[in-house]
Unconditional design. Structure first.
Length: 294
């Protein structure tokens, strides 16, 4: 388990990370979510040992020098353009303490794992954005770190590239604890065990997606009608509290009422044409806006 306690960073008079505490269970997948400038990179850099905290601590159970146990993918990874993929990873493997004899083999293995097997002898200057991101992940994991820190690993990629990298990260989770920053909330919604919402350097909300949903969700039933008039008609005749948005009516649930059956019963006795009825849930994006908006 990794325990972060009261982590704080000041740049001059400005406090950009303020008293941040959280834990990462072994093998868990945690997203650090926050708007631009919230302090995500600063937190990851302190965890990676690249930036000295002004205060607070980062501890890994049973480990004294945690730097050896960390793999880090910076937001904008840089590679020597004159090296091939395998040469670059071999170099980083040696720098992270793998023996000269083992480094080449480990480099080839990890490049195959990240899907770059066919490009290992290509110069990194010729890699596409997605390939560079895979190469960045390869350099972060070649020494099999216990904690993997990834700063915006998918933000620069198109949806297909994002999906591929997220699937890759999911596979990595079997061997590592992962903390990654993102502002692409769809990915976080699907994959993550724990969410940390960051605003102006402070963790303003944390928990599993379900826990956070429980807290912020407004229970309601969404009914889509065939037309705007029908939605307005239903809304004016029902006894339940509603809100109308075009051809959609939201029926608000309070203390478990109305139930879905009650609403369906009412609709089947009404003259209005219904297209779709569903229990409405806030998306992670909507929750995020609620949490971080001023
Ligand atoms: N070396 C530095 N000196 C002074 N201020 C800094 C320094 N590095 C970061 N900051 C400030 O700290 C704040 C947090 O920056 P940080 O890069 O951690 O945010 P972020 O959440 O990663 O943002 P983004 O999503 O834009 O990458 C910002 O206001 C930034 O300007």
């Amino acid at each position: 388990m990794i325990t972060v306690q009261h982590l704080t960073k000041n740049f001059g008079a400005q406090t950009v990370v303020s008293d941040v505490s959280f834990t990462l269970e072994d093998g868990s997948f945690t997203a650090l979510i926050g708007p631009n400038g919230a302090g995500k990179t600063t937190i990851l850099s302190m965890l990676a040992g690249l930036l000295k905290p002004t205060g607070g601590s980062v501890k890994m159970e049973g480990i004294k020098d945690i730097r050896k146990e960390i793999g880090f993918l910076p937001q904008y990874p840089q590679f020597y353009p004159w090296l091939t993929g395998v040469e670059f990873i071999e170099l980083t493997a040696k720098l992270s303490g793998i023996s000269a004899r083992g480094a080449r083999k480990e480099a080839e293995k990890v490049l195959e794992f990240v899907g770059l097997k066919d490009a290992i002898h290509k110069k990194t200057a010729q890699y596409s954005g997605g390939m560079k991101q895979r190469l960045g992940i390869a350099q972060a994991i070649v020494h099999k770190p216990k904690l993997l820190l990834l700063d915006e690993p998918v933000s620069s990629l198109d949806p297909v590239g994002r999906r591929e990298i997220m699937n890759l990260l999911k596979q990595l989770q079997r061997g590592s604890t992962i903390l990654y920053s993102t502002h692409i909330l769809n990915d976080a919604e699907e994959m993550t065990d724990q969410l940390l919402f960051l605003k102006k350097g402070k963790v303003v909300e944390k928990g599993s997606l379900n826990e956070i949903r429980e807290k912020f969700d407004v229970p309601r039933i969404r009914i889509q009608f065939a037309g705007v008039e029908e939605a307005a008609g239903y809304s004016s005749q029902t006894e339940w509290p509603t809100e109308v948005e075009g051809n959609v009516v939201y029926v608000y649930i309070k203390d478990h009422f109305p139930t879905m059956q009650q609403v369906m019963g009412e609709l089947s006795n009404s003259p209005f044409t219904v297209v779709k009825v569903e229990r409405d849930r806030l998306s992670l994006e909507e929750i995020f806006m609620k949490v971080v908006s001023p």
